[in-house]
Design a protein around this ligand. Sequence first.
Ligand SMILES: NC(=O)c1ccc[n+]([C@@H]2O[C@H](COP(=O)([O-])OP(=O)(O)OC[C@H]3O[C@@H](n4cnc5c(N)ncnc54)[C@H](O)[C@@H]3O)[C@@H](O)[C@H]2O)c1
Ligand SMILES: [Fe+2]
Length: 369
Amino acid sequence: MWTYQNPVRIRFGAGSLNGIGDLVHGRAYCLVTYDEPIFHDMAQRIAVTAGPAALTIDNVVPNPDFHMLAEACALFAAAQPVPEVVVALGGGSVIDAAKVVAAGGNGFGAVKRYLEDGAGEDALTSIPIIAIPTTAGTGSEVTSWASVWDTDTGRKYSLSRRSLYATDALIDPELMLGMPRALTVSTALDALSHSLESIWNVNGNPVSTNHAVNAATEILDSLPGLADDLGNLDLRVRIARAATFAGLAFSNTKTALAHSISYPITLRHGTPHGLACSFSLPMVMRSVIGASDACDTGLRRILGSDLLAGAERLEEFLVNLGVSVDKADYGIDDEEWRGLIESAMTGERGRNFIGSQERVVESLGAAKR
Ligand SMILES: NC(=O)c1ccc[n+]([C@@H]2O[C@H](COP(=O)([O-])OP(=O)(O)OC[C@H]3O[C@@H](n4cnc5c(N)ncnc54)[C@H](O)[C@@H]3O)[C@@H](O)[C@H]2O)c1
Ligand SMILES: [Fe+2]
């Protein structure tokens, strides 16, 4: 028996940003974005059809942490009139920051307490969210959680609530045309990781796996071309669609081992999320072959009937994009790596992984080069 559900209404297509006025529908809105010139221009385009923002929060930086989020929530709490909807314009960091603002309308203290102790959910707010992703990777526009980073203590939390599903995701691949190569590649690999992680997952089901197979197949097909032709709108459309499918897949399963391994790597070494959660995928794949028929079948649909050869193909794909699969290139030595694997297996996301610790450790040895 299985269930699948995702409540986000998706509007997808080149030029779809022009429809934002219909979605805001005259409500007072708070725009959350980055303080960078191309985002000022996009914000301007939004203002043309949706009217000026009642409040703009633009202090977002990659991997939003407690300090940044406390500032953002304080700005929201002081706003008069109180915005009726939060519009997120940016990558995963912006959409996740917007989710925190939507929950922390009474101040960040309530969010922090909920994250740290699981207490006080009734003090959280549930402001509706419209998500406009400008990267094609995180899928945050169709998930009900936000990554929150506590850089002071070196911890990563997930704020997870049903009300964090955006009411609408407006996905306009034209907004992604300005992404440089490194960002294009790392964010698309994040989406690839979401697809595979939803397949080797205790929560996998036929709908999530179908979305994941479509997403991963498309990313393997079109990312190398896009990496060499960044202004190609057709390829941007394909990768944006794939990232959306990947988001729909893991919105119902959450992630698994590769993500669990990645968080301390990002915190300690500053590795961008998309690289940190994808360089280990071939190793994780080798460790899971044969663990479940459903997983094997899903992986075969993406990588061919010989799964060991498929893992090699996945590794070549990464290496050809210039992404190392050697942990040493991320500044990780053998001892740290062993610790990472051990704690990842027992971490919240690691427990979603269908494979065994023994096989992971075995495959980890093979991953050393
Ligand atoms: N909530 C979820 O479901 C979920 C899933 C995966 C990852 N995440 C989180 O998302 C964050 C990563 O988000 P991200 O990878 O989208 O990057 P990001 O939002 O951190 O942005 C990184 C940089 O990309 C630039 N950028 C964004 N869009 C651009 C564009 N169109 N053109 C040029 N530059 C652009 C920004 O200026 C920014 O400096 C991490 O904190 C990660 O943990 C959340
Ligand atoms: Fe991710």
